[in-house]
Design a protein around this ligand. Structure first.
Ligand SMILES: [Zn+2]
Length: 667
């Protein structure tokens, strides 16, 4: 029985700490794991009854760079004072960094626990043991660094010779003698599908799949395809998070920073010049990347570009400009995996609805609230300034007092005079500091003046006009949007054909906005279907002038909102491939005007005859000219009726001049 294992310690708990630093060691070095677990048997042999095995840190390095919950549990157990001994295979298992190691020894020493490894039992409370443990810790730390340094140096040397067998992408293989060769598989050049290596650890197997963005990008950017051997293209960065160093690997370095680059190392699939050309092209295209964060305003026609996030997949929406219109599309998945487009909707209606929402947000009430907040801040600043002024006044008084005291003292009393002078200086110094503080405060106030309330309110009223003015720069609008809105999550409801926007306002408020989707196949500049229908009905039967007059009477406008005229009707007619008006010498139907001439009565009489259903006539659409069949005009009955009406009517006849269009609707 060892003298350090006092009965008191044996009555306490024994903690067995088991750890393998790397997952691979955990799999392949099972002998060591078994050895570590056998420590529990040793503890039992030494007489411990209560044994705790802590194996939470399997696969975690002890270098202090990752969290080790097991080690923290160990420290907590020791702190409880219940632990009599800590068992581990060797010191390096406990900690590979000085801080953790010394912390543990300290704790053990404080609570009177011993450390047990395969060689012996150490009591941290004893100076010699403590020295030994300290050495063990230091050596363990040193050992780790030495290993690391040696292996990295060896790796680098091998890489400089171009012989280090780095992980190579598909299309290459390592030949005997550390030579890189093209994969002899001919399918690589022929298939539309591309081979790739799956990312799961273990044996690398080649699989065939549709080429996605990532596959193509990595192929284009990997210099190995241009026959170059490169090593050290990425670096590991260390950041301190919550008091612990966190390492993150895989940060790409610029080509100039690569550790090894051997051109013409092996036969490639493309030349180095082609590779470099590809790189510069990719760099020039880099602004297309959507990234994970909303982006700043970049101009362009879309108000919400870089602000919309897809609710279905969480990616940022892209903006497309097919022609003059704007479309928001989530097609990241298509770019990445060749899947179909997630959601897409026209930008015009959404932008307009958002503009309305925004203008409402910055309307009068909001400005009023902001001004009140500014006024409160101003009041606070005034109070603060007054406090500083009072303090300064006090300091000046003290300075005058100190001056008087100094003057009144007998100069021969040097000690007193020196002391008083020092006091005077201190007070003067304080006065100076306060004066500076006041000056700084005033400067600051001047640099942030409160805006004139009236001006601001009138600006708020002008904003809608400025906003909708075509001369306003889109960039400015985008900037305003970005100040107010953090992000918008968008989705499309197919059933109600609505775009659902959840707006995350800058203040943390959320609101939902629903915008009707525009009809499929119709853009906002497209001609009204009603107008097209009128065109269809009238084309061939009436002149373009008549069609234009009818359309205008119906209050219909062209796609861009203009009134109709001959040339616009002509172009719309030819666009829809409608027949032109064929001038017929013997038409089968005539207009009201012609009918009136033939019957030798006024147009109003003809109209009355049509209304009374005496004269058959029809109208293709309301407001279109009447079409009166020629046969009806030739019939004797109608001619007589017309004369009768004319004779009965005492109203003066309106003169109708040949070739003159009626001023009023020919109803
Ligand atoms: Zn999506």
């Amino acid at each position: 029985m060892n003298s350090k294992l006092t009965p008191e310690r044996i009555l306490r708990k024994a903690v067995v700490y088991v750890r393998q630093s790397k997952p691979s060691q955990l799999i392949h070095n099972q002998e060591s794991t078994r050895l570590q677990f056998s420590l529990a048997d040793r503890a039992r042999t030494l007489g411990f009854q209560r044994i705790i095995v802590i194996d939470d840190d399997q696969g975690r390095t002890g270098s202090g760079l990752v969290d080790r919950p097991g080690f923290q549990r160990l420290a907590a157990e020791v702190c409880s004072g219940e632990v009599g001994a800590v068992f581990c295979v060797e010191a390096s298992r406990l900690a590979r960094n000085g801080r953790d190691w010394h912390h543990l020894i300290d704790l053990c020493g404080m609570v009177g626990a011993v450390l047990v490894d395969l060689d012996g039992i150490y009591d941290p409370a004893l100076t010699n043991d403590r020295l030994l443990l300290g050495m063990k810790g230091t050596i363990s730390e040193f050992e780790l660094n030495l290993f690391r340094q040696r292996s990295t140096e060896a790796i680098l040397q091998k890489a400089i010779r171009g012989e280090l067998q780095i992980q190579i992408p598909v299309g290459f293989c390592w030949a005997p003698g550390s030579k890189l060769e093209k994969d002899p598989d001919q399918r690589v050049q022929q298939a539309i599908q591309l081979p790739a290596f799956p990312h799961d650890p273990g044996e690398r197997k080649m699989i065939w799949k549709l080429p996605g963005y990532a596959t193509l990008h990595s192929m284009l950017t990997n210099p190995i395809y241009a026959g170059a051997y490169a090593y050290g293209k990425t670096e590991t960065r260390t950041k301190v998070v919550e008091g612990r160093a966190r390492k993150s690997a895989g940060h790409r370095k610029p080509q100039s920073g690569w550790k090894v680059l051997i051109q013409a190392h092996h036969p490639g699939y493309l030349s180095w010049e082609e590779y470099e050309r590809n790189q510069s092209m990719i760099a020039a295209n880099a602004h297309i990347h959507s990234g994970a964060a909303p982006k700043a305003g970049r101009g362009g026609g879309a108000l919400l570009s870089g602000l919309l996030r897809c609710r279905r997949c969480g990616r940022m929406l892209h903006v497309f400009y097919p022609g003059t219109i704007v479309r928001y599309v989530c097609n990241a998945a298509r770019g990445q995996y060749g899947e179909r487009t997630c959601i897409s909707f026209g930008g015009f209606r959404v932008d307009a609805a958002m503009s309305k929402e925004l203008l409402q947000a910055i309307s009068g009430n909001a400005i009023q609230a902001a001004l009140e907040a500014a006024e409160q801040t101003q009041q606070k600043r005034r109070d603060l300034r007054q406090a500083i002024e009072l303090e300064l006044e006090q300091a000046r008084y003290e300075a005058r007092l100190a001056a008087r005291r100094y003057e009144s003292v007998d100069p021969d009393q040097r000690l007193v005079a020196a002391e008083l002078e020092a006091r005077w200086n201190t007070v003067l110094q304080k006065t100076k500091e306060l004066e500076n503080k006041l000056q700084e405060f005033d400067d600051e106030s001047q640099s942030a003046p409160v805006p004139n309330k009236q001006v601001l309110l009138s600006l708020a009223q002008d904003l809608p006009a400025i906003w909708s003015s075509p001369s306003t720069d889109m960039r400015l609008k985008q900037r305003i949007v970005r100040i107010l809105i953090r992000e918008i999550v968008a989705d499309v409801e197919e059933k109600s054909r609505e775009v659902v926007l959840v707006i995350h306002w800058a203040g943390g408020r959320h609101s939902e906005l629903r915008v009707k989707k525009s009809e499929t196949g119709r853009s906002r500049r497209c001609t009204d279907p009603e107008a097209i229908e009128v065109l269809r009905q009238m084309a061939g039967k009436f002149s373009d002038q008549q069609i234009a007059a009818t359309l205008n009477r119906l209050g219909l406008r062209t796609g861009v909102g203009n009134a109709w005229n001959v040339s616009r009707v002509h172009s719309a007619r030819s666009y829809h491939q409608l027949p032109a008006f064929a001038q017929n010498d013997q038409p089968r139907e005539v207009t009201l005007q012609v009918a009136a001439q033939r019957l030798n009565v006024s147009q109003s009489i003809v109209r009355r005859m049509i209304e009374d259903k005496i004269l058959p006539a029809n109208q293709v659409v309301v407001c279109a000219p009447w079409q009166i069949p020629v046969e009806a005009l030739d019939s004797e009955a109608i001619r007589t009726e017309a004369i009768n009406i004319k004779n009965r009517a005492r109203v003066p006849q309106s003169q109708s001049v040949e070739g003159q269009q009626s001023m009023f609707s020919e109803r």
